[in-house]
Write a protein that binds this ligand. Structure first.
Ligand SMILES: *[C@@H]1O[C@H](CO)[C@@H](O)[C@H](O)[C@H]1NC(C)=O
Ligand SMILES: *[C@@H]1O[C@H](CO)[C@@H](O)[C@H](O)[C@H]1NC(C)=O
Ligand SMILES: *[C@@H]1O[C@H](CO)[C@@H](O)[C@H](O)[C@H]1NC(C)=O
Ligand SMILES: *[C@@H]1O[C@H](CO)[C@@H](O)[C@H](O)[C@H]1NC(C)=O
Ligand SMILES: *[C@@H]1O[C@H](CO)[C@@H](O)[C@H](O)[C@H]1NC(C)=O
Length: 383
């Protein structure tokens, strides 16, 4: 008697688990067919942990406390105290479509990737990456390699979903890029690069933008139609840049300013040209340079107390990135601010979660003079 009651209770619980299971499966199938995926390419602004899985130096990784202290409570590889822009965009996507849960977009190299997760999107970004292979060579996943990794995912999805379903996933997906800043940061701050010195500024930005264009066209060839771009953020005025000239601490690093301004001036023209050249090509361009420099210069308007000093690091403005206990030349040991929500920058080059949330909102639903001609919300809604 006792045993059979136990069995029936067990069966009853088992049936509940089964029906919950089938509801979840049904929802996730709907998600696969109805939800546009997000594929992410770029640098440390977007890297959700890929650099944890490559052979590189610790300065290119954020697998140390206090990175990740705010939301995840442990370091995930995101180079911030918490969530990044793509994490907030995915959240907005699910809000917009009333789905109960969309998983965070996993880093491509994370070994635990389940097959289905790939249809929500994949993150290929790598801290330090540029559009040129000569930018931090051998230490990062450059744009070309990110694209090759995307092509591997493409093959996998084609075989798992079949040609027509995979095609649907690729054409409905949004492809998000922030790339190029390191192509200018590397030669001006970290190396005596022969490329940048033997080339005029004009030619050099032509190379960088040319290679971004190649990547866009490759994605388009695979079936991508909806693209999101951030122009280059004002990293010439990040804490690390503000302390390069020790006689003028607090002024932006001019050589970098010139290069980035030239890039940002040319890039929108290239996108307009692509719009004419590639039928069905739709894009959102967020003026990240403006939104970031606004916050650096008027922190209190955006509920920050500090726009120029990093939360974590050492030296003037905590602009030397020893955050987490890295040793950088003679610099070691780090200070950590008490209240990270007072800060725009978490470390010498990277923003706080609070800043990422604000920027993500501008990308998601900004008016067309901030993010245009589409914003991410309207891109996601396009059939
Ligand atoms: C530009 O990208 C192509 C492939 O996409 C790569 O082969 C080439 O080396 C890159 N150019 C530079 C200067 O890095
Ligand atoms: C750059 O060049 C100078 C002089 O040629 C040299 O002293 C310095 O170590 C070089 N720096 C890097 C990062 O290669
Ligand atoms: C820039 O590129 C043009 C055409 O490719 C070339 O003729 C010129 O020499 C280059 N300038 C520099 C400074 O490298
Ligand atoms: C941190 O700062 C924010 C905004 O200035 C404030 O609302 C919050 O209470 C502070 N938290 C702590 C722990 O002091
Ligand atoms: C965008 O346009 C609105 C109104 O048309 C204006 O209030 C706002 O300042 C503009 N923003 C920027 C960044 O130009």
């Amino acid at each position: 008697m006792k045993t059979s009651r136990l069995v029936s209770v067990f069966l009853f619980v088992y049936a509940i688990i089964l029906s919950i299971g089938s509801i979840i499966c049904k929802d996730s199938n709907n998600l696969v067919t109805n939800q546009a995926a997000l594929f992410v390419f770029g640098d440390s602004l977007f890297d959700a942990g890929n650099n944890n899985y490559i052979d590189t130096f610790s300065r290119f990784r954020a697998n140390l406390w206090p990175y990740g202290q705010t939301t995840f409570k442990n370091p995930t590889g995101r180079i911030s105290d918490g969530r990044l822009i793509p994490d907030f965009l995915v959240f907005s996507t699910y809000m917009a479509t009333e789905y109960a849960w969309l998983p965070l977009i996993p880093p491509n190299l994370q070994p635990s990737n389940g097959n289905n997760q790939f249809t929500y999107g994949v993150n290929f970004a790598s801290g330090g990456a540029g559009a040129l292979v000569g930018t931090f060579p051998g230490m990062v996943i450059n744009l070309e390699t990110q694209l090759n990794n995307f092509k591997n995912v493409e093959k996998r999805l084609r075989s798992e979903l079949g040609e027509s379903e995979a095609k649907r996933v690729f054409s409905r997906a949004v492809y998000l890029f922030h790339i190029g800043a390191n192509d200018y940061i590397y030669p001006s701050l970290f190396a005596n690069s022969s490329t940048s010195q033997s080339n005029s500024k004009e030619n050099y930005s032509g190379l960088v933008i040319g290679n971004i264009t190649i990547a866009i066209k490759e994605v388009y060839k695979i079936g991508g139609r909806k693209f999101g771009f951030l122009n280059l953020g004002a990293y010439d005025c990040a804490p690390a840049s503000l302390i390069i000239d020790r006689t003028k601490i607090g002024s932006c690093f001019k050589p970098l300013t010139e290069l980035m301004n030239l890039h940002n001036k040319k890039f929108p023209n290239v996108l307009r040209q692509l719009e004419h050249e590639l039928s069905g090509f739709r894009y959102a361009l967020h003026d990240y340079h403006a939104s970031l420099s606004e916050r650096i210069n008027n922190p209190s308007k955006y509920e920050f107390k500090e726009g120029k000093k990093a939360c974590c690091g050492t030296g003037p403005l905590r602009g030397i990135n020893t955050c987490g206990g890295r040793v950088l030349g003679p610099a070691q040991g780090y200070e950590l601010c008490e209240n990270v929500t007072d800060y725009l920058f978490f470390d010498s080059f990277h923003l706080t979660e609070k800043a990422h949330r604000q920027i993500a909102e501008l990308i998601w639903s900004g008016p067309s003079n901030v993010t245009g001609p589409y914003n991410l919300k309207t891109l996601f809604e396009l059939k």
